[in-house]
Ligand binder design. Structure first.
Ligand code: FES
Ligand code: FES
Length: 154
């Protein structure tokens, strides 16, 4: 099966009903995307499919065929995406396990809404669970990145 991952075509020998997360981690070697619950409940496995945040643990790899998959490794080659920089500035990660999923959800939110309200942020991030409770820093980082993106556009 051929998949466009982070702008590159990968030919993977996988069954069409394999979860996309397995294909990414075990077959494409992209281990930045994490396995948490495996049931679509925690958001650790979030990647973008044609720009939309999806749970790769509960999306069959067949659903990604002919679409653009972007993982944390592909967000920016040098980790210079505004969300990644804001994460660093705000020292968001604690154990770090949930953070690639958090960043992918935040990046998708800001791509569709460069000036999200608190409610927009809560709604977009509600499916991403952090067992370390980094939520206040996540919100601060999203606001910083939003401010930067807004500045870029004005
Ligand atoms: S591992 Fe996919 S949502 Fe938890
Ligand atoms: S930083 Fe530890 S789970 Fe979120």
């Amino acid at each position: 099966m051929q998949l466009n991952i982070n702008g590159q075509l990968h030919t993977l020998d996988v069954s069409p009903d394999m979860p996309l997360l397995w294909a990414l981690r075990d077959h494409a070697g992209l281990t930045g995307t994490k396995f948490g619950c495996g049931k679509g409940l925690c958001g650790a496995c979030t990647v973008h499919l044609d720009g939309n945040p999806i749970r790769s643990c509960s999306t069959p790899v067949s659903a990604a065929q002919g679409k653009r998959v972007v993982t944390i490794e592909g967000l920016a080659v040098d980790a210079s995406h505004p969300v990644q920089r804001a994460w660093k500035d705000n020292n968001v990660p604690q154990c770090g396990y949930c953070q690639s999923g958090q960043i992918m959800s935040a990046a998708a939110l800001l791509a569709s809404n460069a000036a999200p309200s608190d409610g927009d942020i809560d709604a977009a991030m509600s499916g991403n669970i952090c067992r370390c409770g980094t939520y206040p820093r996540i919100r601060a980082a999203i606001k910083q990145a939003a401010g930067e993106l807004k500045g870029d556009k004005s």
